[in-house]
Design a binder for this molecule. Structure first.
Ligand SMILES: *Cc1c(COP(=O)(O)O)cnc(C)c1O
Length: 360
């Protein structure tokens, strides 16, 4: 068996320990005589799995009691509609557009009301986070929306926007559990888990209770009403049961590693190795303004498309896979999520050094 260093943006690398445990439990989960994939989501065994997952997540993120945790489906993309359908009472929302995912969310919200783009970094190919200290927040805005870590462009908010008292909604798909957060600053924190937590198919939504309404916009399907899932503790219908089980294992792994403060420290160390190299390299250049750099997704280029392609090809052969940049930006991107060991980043940098020498 040979595992590669997988720099995919998502679905992405998972902790080896978690995968091994899941493999051991595949045929017989803790004496139940069946795999988690085969059991009823209403069984006592499964109830334990989902409740423990929620409890561990609450502990990790220090989630206050007045926030609900929901395990949903439909990908992060479904939230682009679900958020306005449930929150747009005044039919007005403000969006900060810092990349493709924020843009898609903003475009989707336009179906349901007036979605204002109050700031954007598109003028410089989304290579920075705009100053959000004094934005023209709409007086009647139901919420202010951000994508906190921009997976494709490799930018991250270092400070949350000043929403002037309005509810903050954040897509944290690609920075979920990468560092401690103050949940009380948000109305909704949500993300697809396939970037930094678990397998595709699960979306986690952490939502302040007073925002959960039983009067979403007319026509909102039952399944797209947060209250449906909040009231049923994510068991209104069959949840993505196996995915939640793996997420639960990752939460345990994170706790064992020392929690989110420790993950932040490790992620900073890993990212520094790569950024320090990029900053001194004559061949490779980071594409993001230093003040907006993500700890999770690191895009870089050589400035020469043929050389980029050669690098990706040789890196793949050497066991560093999925380094090709997003199809819309080109170049390279190394995603270095929680489960990427420091050694993986060190070895990648060694490889880049060697490539630079050989191709100078
Ligand atoms: C990947 C990603 C999405 C889309 O996720 P799906 O689960 O594929 O819908 C949305 N937002 C961000 C920040 C992402 O990284």
């Amino acid at each position: 068996m040979a595992r590669v260093y997988n720099f995919s943006a998502g679905p992405a690398v998972l902790p080896e320990e978690v995968l091994k445990e899941a493999a051991e439990e595949m045929l017989d989960y803790q004496g139940s005589g069946m795999s988690v994939m085969e059991m009823s989501h209403r069984s006592k065994v499964y109830d334990d799995i989902i409740k423990t997952a929620e409890k561990d997540l609450r502990e990790l993120m220090n989630i206050p009691d007045n926030y609900k945790v929901m395990f949903l489906q439909g990908g992060a993309s479904q939230q682009f509609a679900m958020i306005p359908m449930n929150l747009m009472k005044n039919k007005v929302a403000d969006y900060i557009v810092t990349g493709q995912w924020a843009k898609k969310a903003w475009q989707e919200a336009q179906k349901y009301g007036k979605a204002n783009k109050i700031a954007s970094s598109e003028d410089k190919t989304f290579s920075y986070i705009p100053d959000c200290s004094d934005l023209p927040i709409s007086e009647d805005a139901d919420y202010v929306y951000i994508c906190e870590n921009n997976t494709i462009y490799g930018t991250k908010y270092k400070e949350l926007p000043n929403t002037k008292g309005k509810t903050l909604v954040a897509d944290v798909s690609s920075c979920f559990l990468s560092e401690p957060v103050d949940v009380t600053k948000y109305g909704i924190i949500y993300g697809g888990v396939q970037k930094n937590i678990g397998p595709a198919g699960v979306v986690i939504v952490i939502m302040r209770e007073d925002l959960i309404t039983d009067t979403p916009l007319p026509g909102t399907p039952t399944m797209l009403t947060y209250k449906t899932h909040a009231d049923a503790d994510s068991l209104y219908n069959t949840p993505p049961a196996y995915g939640i089980y793996i997420c639960g294992k990752v939460f345990k792994w994170l706790k064992k590693m020392g929690g989110l403060a420790e993950m932040k420290k490790r992620n900073e160390e890993k990212a520094k190795i790569l950024y320090d190299f990029l900053d001194q390299s004559k061949m490779f250049k980071g594409t993001v303004e230093p003040g907006s750099r993500s700890l999770m997704n690191v895009p870089f280029v050589t400035g020469n498309e043929d050389l980029d392609a050669k690098f990706v090809k040789e890196a793949t052969e050497a066991g560093f896979v999925n380094l090709k940049g997003h199809r819309t930006v080109g170049g390279m991107r190394a995603s270095i999520y929680n489960a990427m060991p420091k050694e993986g980043v060190e070895k990648l940098v060694e490889f880049m050094k060697k490539f630079e020498e050989e191709n100078a």
